[in-house]
Design a protein around this ligand. Structure first.
Ligand SMILES: C[S@@+](CC[C@H](N)C(=O)[O-])C[C@H]1O[C@@H](n2cnc3c(N)ncnc32)[C@H](O)[C@@H]1O
Length: 213
């Protein structure tokens, strides 16, 4: 059985996943090794489609969905096990319509990398991940002002808080006395359904992984 690194190498002309520093591939090898028999996997962000081809080979029985608001760059059309879905991840409605195709074993967000899109996509699609499944957000470095030039960074700054702040708050809320209440001062609201179904949150270099309870 080929490793993910070997599979991604085959498609290296069509994806930048191998360029994203080795820790990203090492992380995927580690977290996906027990999920190779997954039946439904989606990735937001298709570009030329190389990563979808890789997921199709790695998850050899899975239906793989590639979601993107500009599918013209993809080098292939929808086929047997890889389906392209035109979708803008800033649209709650479009995400909800796609979510009806769940439950999914794995969801990956490698789309716009804009803060509010990362948060909205998680809030709409994490409920459609099966119990025990994983949701991954890539390129979380866009949460930091120093990521690149201010002009470039500003395009990611589409909401009041960054995705990193959102997930740090989530961890704070989940840790707060273990009471099922949010920790933010004066709020103490009950956990949302999303919060209730988080098993754990893992911060990795340039990525966040959330496991569904
Ligand atoms: C980094 S590329 C994806 C790379 C691909 N996952 C890979 O590993 O080869 C990001 C993609 O996100 C798409 N994108 C940007 N904004 C989006 C949005 N609002 N909704 C959906 N897709 C979006 C772009 O069109 C682009 O194809």
């Amino acid at each position: 059985m080929l490793t993910l690194a070997e599979i991604i190498h085959k498609y290296k002309a069509l994806t930048d996943k191998h360029k994203r520093a080795r820790p990203m591939l090492e992380m995927y090898e580690e977290i996906f090794k027990d999920y190779r028999d997954s039946s439904k996997v989606f990735e937001i962000g298709v570009s030329q489609g190389g990563s979808l081809l890789a997921w199709g080979k790695y998850f050899s029985q899975a239906q793989v969905y590639g979601l993107d608001n500009k599918l013209a760059r993809c080098t292939f059309k929808t086929g047997d096990r890889i389906e392209l879905v035109e979708l803008d991840q800033s649209s709650k409605e479009e995400l909800e319509v796609f979510g009806k195709r769940g439950p999914f074993d794995i969801g990956i967000d490698d789309g716009s990398h804009c803060w509010s899109h990362q948060i909205l996509s998680f809030e709409v699609l994490f409920p459609q991940i099966r119990s025990g499944g994983l949701y991954i957000i890539e390129d979380i470095e866009t949460s930091y002002k120093t990521h690149s030039s201010p002009k470039h960074w500003l395009k990611y700054d589409t909401g009041p808080i960054s995705a990193m702040e959102y997930f740090r708050n989530l961890v704070d809320d989940l840790n707060f006395f273990g009471t099922g209440l949010n920790s933010q001062a004066g709020k103490e609201a009950e956990w949302t359904n999303v919060q209730k179904t988080v098993e754990w949150v893992m911060f990795r270099p340039n990525a966040i992984v959330i496991k569904k309870r």
